[in-house]
Design a protein around this ligand. Structure first.
Ligand code: FAD
Length: 382
């Protein structure tokens, strides 16, 4: 195994650091912290100007042909700097799905705005009673005689909807079909009559939303993929599975406490050093699990299980060490508004949330036990 990054990946790092320095200013950072909206238009436009949106796409489609290592470098640098990537990630996930499965008309209508950094897309999978078991969604889309669709239902945790142009909605189009078979995906404009949202604050300070679709009418051209083929279309997105970026979340926390310890040598205790040592070891393990996932993707091999492992290990280690380091710093670590507050107290709350979105730790453990260890499926969780 050769873990040496390519020289182009190093160039990407340098470039993204430049974009962060120039566009993700203290003022932007403060706006994100105050509003909870994990998006900065200034930073996003800076990424667009640097050709970082759709960077993995072929040059003839407006991209730069970045390979998986270069894309990982982009995400890792952004995470290390604490730059907001929530809307970027959902937008690129949907844009990539549209690029691969959308009609020509849909591609021409949506993708140029995405590449220009003007269009954001939120994910509308989860519902108030439906999360991990996403195939149970209740939101309905019914086709009318004139070929348009009427969408009715409620979505929970539609993060970034307040800044998005579209929500990518998973809806039931055939209630008679088996659960996974009667689903379809629609790109619904947030400007459509009948669409509304309300903010949902989360433990980590990130704002999410409840969204309501009340007789929202969209044309057939809003459909992404085949009618009743939504599940297969969602699986396309699994191809871009990652997982290693959570190592950067622990690194950011670790770097902060290490810098603090260097500046306050008289307050460093053996107890704190032991905790920092453990966090350093876990950061490296999480990083290597991510490198393995990327390596498999680079070879065009399936990496979903390795990605799940990297996500599970990285987020659980992040949660453990944010708690342990907050503890080690004593009252100054926990005090809200203190100098350490943003780094420690906030990371502590944020770490819990990372173990929920993108697949909860419990669900990922179940997946690994079944598919990696070959164990039988467990009974339903009541
Ligand atoms: C900050 C944040 C942002 C989010 N952003 C989005 C977004 O943009 N778009 C979107 O669609 N969704 C989003 N989500 C939703 C997220 O994907 C779901 O919260 C997640 O899938 C879990 O679903 P749930 O909350 O309904 O919990 P449930 O699925 O109801 O789970 C409840 C508990 O039961 C456990 N559990 C469930 N099934 C199993 C099982 N089979 N085996 C063992 N344990 C199980 C879970 O681990 C959990 O502890 C976001 C969530 C958060 C917290």
């Amino acid at each position: 195994m050769d873990f040496t990054p390519s020289s182009r990946a190093e160039e990407v790092r340098t470039k993204i650091r430049g974009v962060i320095r120039e566009h993700f200013t203290e003022n932007e950072r403060r706006k994100v912290a105050e509003t909870g909206t994990h998006h900065s238009w200034a930073f996003h436009k800076g990424l667009a100007a640097a050709g970082m949106l759709g960077a993995a796409w072929p040059v003839e489609e407006g991209g730069q042909g970045f390979d998986v290592h270069e894309m990982d470098a982009l995400y890792e640098e952004a995470m290390l700097a604490g730059a907001p990537m929530a809307a970027f990630s959902t937008t690129m996930l949907v844009a990539e799905t549209i690029r691969r499965t959308g009609s020509k008309g849909l591609r021409e209508r949506v993708l140029p705005g995405v590449l220009a950094g003007e269009t954001l897309i939120a994910l509308g999978y989860t519902e108030p009673g439906v999360g991990s078991d996403v195939a149970s969604v209740q939101t309905r889309a019914e086709r009318r005689e004139d070929g348009t669709w009427v969408i009715n239902g409620e979505k929970a945790f539609t993060t970034s909807a307040e800044v998005a142009t579209y929500v990518f909605v998973l809806a039931r189009t055939n209630p008679e079909a088996a659960r996974h078979r009667g689903l379809s995906l629609f790109l619904v404009p947030t400007s459509a009559p009948g669409f509304s949202l309300s903010p949902v604050p989360t433990l980590g300070g990130e704002r999410s939303n409840m969204t309501v679709f009340d007789d929202v009418v969209v044309g057939d051209d809003a459909l992404v993929g085949e009618v009743d083929g939504g599940w297969q279309t969602m699986l396309v997105a699994l191809d871009f599975e990652r997982g290693g970026e959570f190592a950067a979340e622990i690194r950011r926390l670790l770097d902060f406490v290490v810098d603090w310890a260097r500046e306050h040598p008289s307050e460093v205790t053996p107890h704190m050093l032991r905790r920092l040592g453990r966090a350093a070891a876990d950061t490296e393990i999480a990083r290597l699990l991510g490198v393995r996932t990327t390596g498999l993707r680079a070879l065009g091999k399936p990496s979903n299980l390795e990605g799940s492992m990297a996500k599970l290990y990285g987020t659980e280690a992040f949660r453990r060490h944010s708690s342990s380091l907050l503890d080690a710093l004593g009252p100054s670590g926990a005090a809200r508004g203190g100098a350490l507050q943003r780094a420690i107290e906030h990371e502590y709350r944020h770490a819990f949330v990372t173990t929920i979105y993108g697949g909860t730790s419990e669900v990922l453990r179940g997946v690994l036990a079944e598919r990696r260890l070959g164990l039988p499926r467990a009974g339903k969780v009541s």
